[in-house]
Design a protein around this ligand. Structure first.
Ligand code: FUL
Length: 457
């Protein structure tokens, strides 16, 4: 196996910036919020869209309380209704009882609260008459895309959905993806293009499941996997939303999986999952907001599993985040702070060594990292005294590629595989005065930029 071929694959600046956001939110809001559907028909009337107390500042306050750093709003879902003041169709907020441009409102709120903004624009459009007419629709879609790319300041992500429920007898539309992507690169070169896009890979399910070994170096063919409208998700329902990572898709990046792959790319994973059963707000789901423990597990397994978490929080019919979700997210923020704001290794008297070399300063400084001399190495952490620990966090310097393939933490009888941008190892809290991390396999050598130890009291 030519390991240099694998480790030559490195992330782009925009992918690094995106990965560092770690915890992000999806905001599914629009016509479906008012018709209580998941997929609209496109036949709705703008008169049905009527949020009584729309408040995008409140959305941002709620996100901030949870520690969320960015959000992606459904500017247009499959029903074609637009949340911004577009000149390409009358099917938008402008002709509704509440004509406020929601994208503009949210862009302003995000700026105020220091959050990044991304937009979801569904290529599948059940309202637009030109849909299915080839270039005519692509012109329409590019026109809309250009509006959102040029009016609302810097966007961090453009999120394209692969769903298209037209079926065998429905309208056939060939999307001009290359044209869409070129437009985005021209106007927003630092934004990632996600899901049906070249920069960010859909994890493959909507249940919050992450692979045990999540690689960011994968076959290039995966970038095209969801591009064909007729091959994509055909119906939406709880079965689709609850299905986990499919078995045949479990290994995307091991040495064996890449053995015969000619073209490889840096294509990191994003986990999109909803805080409620549905993507949109439905009043009958007010008592089905996911538990604090479930959300904490999503956080640990997604962000701590070399992925970005895109947690969906659907604003309600008032145009606010419902009290149930608001409370849960504030609890989550408090819990995350209680665990992760106190790195036990920051305590004076702590030392980190590998084979006699003192790594303490290297791993504490945000800009530096350690390069192992060979493919395996043991790291020993000496604590100032016995300390109770429940979480250990490891980070590779992904600018040097992703390399770690197998490791163990002796004191906690923990064994893991990939690390990548971040690995959160969680175990039964136990007391110890030293921690030995053995990296047993890596691709030529490995890097470590950070180690942290925490207690979930
Ligand atoms: C799916 C869509 O069909 C859902 O409505 C939702 O937007 C989800 C994020 O992607 O494919």
């Amino acid at each position: 196996m030519d390991l240099q071929k694998l480790t030559a694959i490195r992330p782009h600046e925009r992918q690094i910036a995106w990965q560092k956001l770690e915890f992000t939110a999806f905001l599914h809001f629009g016509m479906n919020t008012f018709t209580h559907r998941e997929w609209g028909t496109g036949q709705e009337s703008p008169a049905q869209y009527n949020p009584s107390r729309l408040d995008t500042d409140q959305w941002c306050e709620v996100m901030q309380s949870a520690g969320i750093k960015a959000c992606v709003l459904t500017a247009k879902h499959h029903d074609g209704f637009c949340l911004w003041d577009t000149r390409y169709t009358k099917h938008s907020v402008r002709t509704s009882p509440q004509p406020k441009d929601v994208v503009a409102g949210l862009a302003g709120s995000c700026k105020k609260y220091g959050l990044k903004l991304g937009l979801y624009l569904s290529p599948w459009d059940r309202h637009e008459p030109s849909y299915g007419k080839g270039e005519e629709y692509n012109d329409f879609f590019c026109g809309q895309l250009e509006e959102v790319l040029t009016r609302y300041g810097n966007l961090y992500s453009l999120w394209f959905d692969g769903a298209c429920g037209e079926g065998a007898n429905g309208k056939k539309q060939i999307y001009d993806w290359d044209r869409y992507y070129a437009l985005i690169r021209r106007h927003q070169p630092s934004a990632v293009i996600a899901s049906v896009g070249p920069d960010v890979r859909w994890i493959g399910n909507e249940a919050g499941a992450t692979r045990p070994s999540e690689w960011s170096i994968v076959p290039a063919k995966l970038q095209n996997a969801h591009k064909i409208a007729g091959d994509s998700q055909q119906i939406d329902g709880s079965r689709f939303r609850e299905q986990g990572v499919k078995h045949q898709d479990e290994d995307l990046g091991s040495r064996q999986a890449l053995e015969n792959e000619e073209n490889l790319v840096w294509y990191p994973a994003e986990v999109d999952v909803s805080i409620r059963p549905g993507w949109f707000y439905h009043p009958e789901e007010d008592d089905k907001v996911k538990s604090l423990e479930t959300l904490l597990r999503f956080y640990e397994t997604a962000i701590g599993g070399n992925a970005v978490l895109l947690l969906n929080i659907p604003p309600d019919t008032e145009g606010r985040i419902h009290e149930q979700d608001r409370r849960r997210l504030s609890e989550l923020g408090k819990r995350l702070k209680a665990i992760f704001s106190r790195n036990l290794l920051d305590e004076p008297g702590t030392a980190i060594f590998s084979n006699g070399e003192d790594l303490t300063a290297l791993l504490k400084d945000d800009d530096s990292y350690w390069k192992s001399p060979g493919e395996a190495a043991e790291i020993e952490i000496i604590l100032p005294g016995p300390r109770k620990i429940s979480h250990l966090v490891l980070q590779e310097q992904i600018q040097e590629s992703q390399r770690i393939e197998a490791f163990t933490i002796k004191e906690f009888e923990y064994s893991g595989t990939t690390v990548g941008y971040k690995k959160i190892c969680r175990f039964e809290p136990a007391e110890t005065n030293r921690i030995r991390i053995a990296i047993q396999e890596s691709r030529e050598f490995f890097t470590l930029r950070f180690i942290g130890a925490y207690l979930d009291a």
